[in-house]
Write a protein that binds this ligand. Structure first.
Ligand code: FAD
Length: 328
């Protein structure tokens, strides 16, 4: 019988992603309800040292696959290694963050294992009949579906910032299981030679607690300067609508929405964004939404907790000044 709630622990440059710890924390809560165990799954090169970092978040076991061929993520190698582990251990569920990696890996695993999956989930609870129940946006965020999967393992990606990270408990103990990668030639269809990381002192967009986002109303690449100042004053990230990206004012990796990133920060400040459904789809699970728009009829105000009708070039610098005074 299937057993265990598996969490894929994503790391970047030997730093565990916050989204993975959020899922670990929630998985621990669910495993306690279900009388089950939480298993952290770590892949990469030199990642063994990270096992001790995830144990305090509630792992009963950590499966470590440490191999030079796993140093850089590729769909083929990771799908092969994880699907073999899943076939062997038969967990109830395999959960990943809805990051670039999670969005790539989860469907490939589901296909390889011939099981169903739920992606971009914004809630997950224990269900005594199907083990887990998820909530996820459908129809570009116009509605939400409750999803229960009956195939095993359940595969799901969870939007970052959906759950809180629990307090680490350094008394937790876990079994560390080391496994070999057993990568075959057929798994190496793509070889990643190098990864060039963008250098930014701002937090990662999908994991940021605060996002200051700009749209066509920002008017130019230089216009994003006022948004960057506000983001820096609050320790946040900068995001954008597709209109701003299409205009070439900001890189596509900052796009939020249906065809961009899905984000769930504590505070989302939308500046000069009209609130098209395709944009809203990527940010309407934010905890608090502030909209700044000079059009009082703008659609974004329907989703905003706080709305400011005004010119962003006047309002945003005032906000920056106030936040700087607060020293936040
Ligand atoms: P606009 O709709 O032009 O709005 C600009 C706003 O700025 C207006 O409300 C205006 O009143 C305000 N404004 C202007 N000047 C100022 C000022 N000085 N101060 C304050 N306010 C000002 N869009 C996304 O964002 N993300 C997606 O992922 C995405 N995916 C899409 C997928 C598909 C298949 C399609 C068809 C569309 C998609 N879009 C997406 C595009 C989407 O439909 C909208 O066109 C886009 O979101 C509009 O961006 P915007 O709000 O910045 O621009």
């Amino acid at each position: 019988m299937a057993k265990g709630l598996w969490v894929y622990v994503e790391q970047s440059n030997m730093k565990i992603r916050k989204a993975s710890l959020e899922i670990m924390s929630k998985a621990r809560e669910i495993a306690d309800q279900a009388g089950d165990e939480v298993v952290a799954v770590l892949l990469g090169q030199g990642v063994e040292a990270l096992a001790n970092e995830v144990i305090p978040y509630g792992a009963n076991k950590v499966i470590v696959v440490d191999d030079a061929q796993l140093e850089k993520y590729t769909t083929g190698t990771y799908t092969s290694v994880i699907s073999k582990l899943i076939r062997e251990y038969e967990p109830q569920a395999f959960l990943l963050g809805h990051s670039a990696l999670g969005r790539d890996l989860a469907p490939r695993l589901a296909q390889r294992l011939r099981v169903c999956m739920a992606d971009d989930c914004i809630a997950m609870e224990y269900d005594p009949t199907t083990y887990l129940t998820f909530k996820r946006p459908i129809y570009t965020g116009r509605a939400f579906a409750q999803v229960k999967l009956t195939s095993r393992p359940i595969i799901a990606t969870i939007r970052p910032n959906t759950f809180n990270v629990s307090e680490p408990d350094n008394n937790c103990q876990a079994e560390i299981i080391k496994r070999n990668a057993q990568i075959e030639a057929a798994d190496l269809r793509a070889i990643v030679k190098d990864i060039v990381l963008a250098t930014s002192k701002r937090p990662d967009l999908v994991e940021a607690n605060v996002i200051v986002s700009g749209g066509r109303g920002v008017k130019s690449a230089q216009g994003f300067g006022v948004l960057e100042e506000l983001a820096d004053a609050v320790g946040g990230a900068v995001g954008a609508s597709r209109a701003a990206v299409d205009a070439g004012w900001i890189d596509i990796k900052y796009q939020i929405g249906q065809t961009g990133n899905a984000v769930s920060p504590t505070l989302y400040i939308a500046c000069g964004i009209s609130g098209a459904i395709q944009h809203v789809a990527g940010m309407n699970s934010s905890k608090i939404i502030v909209a700044i728009n000079k059009d009082p009829e703008a659609n974004i105000f329907k989703y905003a907790d706080y709305g400011i009708v005004g010119d962003l070039f006047e309002v945003v610098p005032l906000l920056t000044e106030e936040f700087k005074k607060l020293g936040s």
